[in-house]
Design a protein around this ligand. Structure first.
Ligand SMILES: Cc1cn([C@H]2C[C@H](O)[C@@H](COP(=O)(O)OP(=O)(O)OP(=O)(O)O)O2)c(=O)[nH]c1=O
Length: 215
């Protein structure tokens, strides 16, 4: 008689602890959406782009720097991998970060109005290296989503700024919030726009022994 998948499930050792070097509530929620409960590590880094740095190189460098800074702050010998990410909205080849003030947010929204832009998120996962290695091993991925926005009137952009939502969001909008009213269509990963591409993230974590679906 054949055993059913339920009967033949192997027993697993204790799951590894995942660390998240991010202050973004969205990244925590996205990992929780996968059923994971990471320990959050606070690590600040300088996010200034280098002169003429291409956007993909920029987000990749910043995600790695966030991960390295987080790794250095781990309170204990890590018992599992650490993840960090960086998201930028890219238009005319320039990365837009989080707006510092109303004027910057309004000019970002004016740039995005009635056009298609790209959202790039780089994800870095660090894990304890092979025995004897001093540095952690590093894996990275980069996800791109094309987002088409409708025309945004300046008065709407001002009301949107006053809602408080654009303040801590790359490109001064949140697709998961009120900002969805400006998004006509998108091509690619939705979770990537919110701050963490879940398909790619689950694959990276799986390589490091974090199973999203433990079967
Ligand atoms: C475009 C877009 C960005 N965002 C957010 C995701 C990120 O939190 C933020 C981009 O800034 P990041 O610098 O990538 O991240 P962060 O500073 O918020 O968090 P940390 O560096 O500690 O990990 O913008 C949305 O929430 N929705 C959106 O639609």
């Amino acid at each position: 008689m054949q055993s059913s998948p339920l009967q033949s499930r192997p027993r697993h050792p204790e799951p590894l602890q995942l660390y998240l070097a991010s202050q973004s509530p969205r990244r925590l929620q996205l990992l929780e959406q996968l059923g994971l409960s990471p320990v959050v590590i606070i690590a600040e880094i300088d996010e200034t782009p280098e002169p003429d740095e291409p956007p993909d190189a920029y987000v990749t460098r910043i995600a790695a720097a966030k991960a390295q800074a987080g790794w250095a702050r781990l309170p204990e010998a890590p018992t599992g991998p650490l993840l960090a990410a960086d998201t930028a909205v890219v238009i005319d080849g320039r990365p837009l970060g989080k707006p510092a003030d109303a004027e910057t947010a309004l000019s970002m929204l004016a740039l995005l109005s009635d056009r298609t832009h790209e959202v790039l998120t780089a994800v870095t996962v660090l894990a304890v290296g092979p025995e004897g290695a001093r540095a952690p091993s590093q894996r990275q991925c980069l996800s791109r989503t094309a987002v088409r926005m409708r025309k945004i009137e300046p008065s709407e952009a001002l009301s949107y700024w006053e809602s408080g939502e654009p303040r801590d969001k790359a490109g001064a909008y949140a697709i998961q919030g009120l900002g969805a009213m400006f998004v006509e269509s998108l091509h690619g990963s939705y979770s990537n726009v919110v701050g963490l591409p879940l398909y790619e993230t689950a694959a990276l974590l799986r390589e490091q022994g974090i199973e999203v679906l433990r079967s």
